[in-house]
Design a protein. Structure first.
Length: 161
């Protein structure tokens, strides 16, 4: 398990608990939910799920896939991901944008760490904390969010401790 956080960013986060054991239990539970959402993806190469939590309430969820109204297949006949496939975190952030909820100060739970493009969306949305399972092949997204001061936590093993 990896922890990358500044004390100030942890204090600003409205979804953290003062008890580290309780926080860890909830982090693992929300990551398990993100894994379930990933199973809804029609993408063959990689299925990714996201859950956004604010004030102990799930305010959005998402998985990687094509935009509404398009066919569900994410890959072309060469097996390459179609350019218009949305990533899980982008889908979840866009869901919040269509609602009356605000993502500012929330925690984003992801099955995979964000790519560099999605990391910009995460930062601009006002998300203050990121918890994920697997590292994406290109770590520049995580590096960018660390530099921006987000609290970042990786949990590889979702079993209760």
């Amino acid at each position: 398990m990896c922890y990358h956080a500044t004390f100030a960013s942890m204090q600003e986060d409205s979804t953290t608990y003062s008890d580290p054991e309780k926080q860890d239990r909830y982090d693992r539970a929300y990551l398990r939910l993100a894994k379930e959402w990933a199973k809804l993806s029609h993408c063959k190469r990689k299925q990714v799920g996201a859950v956004i939590v604010k004030d102990s309430t799930i305010i959005a969820d998402g998985y990687n896939g094509t935009p509404t109204g398009f066919e569900n297949e994410c890959e072309d006949y060469h097996g390459e991901t179609k350019w218009y496939v949305l990533h899980a975190e982008a889908n979840a952030i866009l869901k919040v944008a269509r609602s009356s909820n605000k993502v500012n100060g929330a925690t984003l739970y992801l099955t995979n760490s964000p790519c560099k493009d999605c990391s910009k969306l995460v930062l601009q949305a006002g998300i203050k904390r990121l918890v994920y399972i697997d590292k994406y092949k290109d770590t520049s997204g995580i590096d960018f969010l660390e530099k921006a001061g987000l609290a970042i936590k990786q949990i590889n093993d979702l079993n209760e401790k």
